[in-house]
Write a protein that binds this ligand. Structure first.
Ligand code: GLV
Ligand code: GLV
Length: 321
């Protein structure tokens, strides 16, 4: 009997085909995630799971899957949706998909930084809704990037790639926070590791690249926003929960900061009547950081390789932690 694998969304065939060579694969076919009860139903008796960031993999999922479960392969680099400690206790290996999505996600951070700095939300809307009547000397005045200071919160793979774009593209000064010093970045990018408060106060652009953990939940709250420059732009391609969204709404509305660009929110999607979506100085995207053919195909292969290794009792090629 082939091992049973549940894949909780349709992912590129390069990954599914690789799994199907060795496993009995069930793929959730719908454009929305399985509901909780459906997920529990589907994991029962599975040996491997390919999960999305929208699937909460906790004790009850693991217990329902049963003793045969060997591996959970998250189709994402972030894995805050998975109770890794509970997996470890049960001997379930956990993997993710780093590296292949680094450039795609850093590009979206740069895109949001530019879009927020250059007032793209109201500018593009004015073309569509007929509000734009003629070339206007005083409309949609944004901020420039060249020579400014960028603060990168979390200088991991994606934070570093974003910092390189800022340094190389616009000659920005780079400040960062990180759990450990990054001598390579200091040397190559002239970057400087600082405390969060200094980063917030000194940066013209602040971009979030940390994982969501207990330490980073609501890291950007009202006091943090108040420390930022009134001309500052905040970018989030990490996880929505890193920002206290109510505090961000208030800060944007009252021009405590200039603008924000968000690829991630709480919840996803935002309800269409969310107050954030009514703000002209906020750009919101539907969590498309890794949404290139290259990245998503690579993620599918990595997730499949993680599952196959886990099923064989081998160390995962892309383990978390
Ligand atoms: C997407 O958010 C990911 O973590 O890969
Ligand atoms: C502000 O940053 C400007 O130079 O336009």
């Amino acid at each position: 009997d082939k091992p049973r694998v549940f894949v909780s969304r349709v992912i590129p065939d390069v990954g599914l085909d690789r799994l199907r060579e060795h496993c009995d694969v069930e793929v959730w076919p719908k454009p929305t995630p399985p509901r909780r009860d459906t997920l529990l139903d589907k994991v029962r008796g599975c040996h491997g799971l390919v999960t999305m960031l929208s699937d909460k993999i906790d004790e009850s999922v693991l217990n329902t899957a049963g003793d045969g479960l060997k591996v959970v392969a998250n189709y994402a680099v972030g894995y805050n949706n998975i109770d890794v400690a509970a997996c470890r206790e049960r001997g379930v290996a956990v993997g993710n998909t780093p590296d292949v999505l680094t450039d795609a996600t850093a590009d979206v951070a740069a895109l949001l930084m530019l879009a927020a700095a250059r007032c793209v939300t109201p500018a593009a809307a004015s073309v569509r809704d007929g509000g734009w009547k003629t070339w206007a000397p005083m409309d949609h005045l944004g901020v420039e990037l060249v020579g400014k200071t960028v603060g990168v919160i979390g200088l991991g793979r994606i934070g570093r790639a974003f910092a390189e774009r800022c340094r190389g593209g616009w000659g920005m000064n780079v400040l960062y926070t990180a759990n450990s010093p990054k001598p390579d970045a200091d040397r190559d990018l002239g970057a400087r590791r600082v405390e969060l408060d200094e980063l917030l106060a000194e940066s013209d652009f602040v971009s979030l690249h940390c994982p969501l953990t207990e330490a980073t939940a609501h890291l950007i709250d009202a006091p943090a926003l108040a420390r930022m420059k009134p001309t500052a732009v905040l970018v989030n391609t990490a996880r929505g929960e890193v920002i206290d969204q109510e505090a961000l709404h208030a800060a944007l509305k009252e021009n405590v900061i200039f603008a924000a660009g968000l690829d991630v929110t709480t919840p996803e999607p935002l309800p269409t009547d969310s107050p954030l979506l009514g703000l002209s100085n906020c750009v919101v995207l539907p969590h498309i950081g890794s949404a290139t053919r290259h990245a998503r195909g690579g993620m599918a292969i990595m997730a499949a390789d993680n599952v196959l290794a886990g099923l064989a009792g081998h160390p995962l090629p892309h383990p978390v932690g």
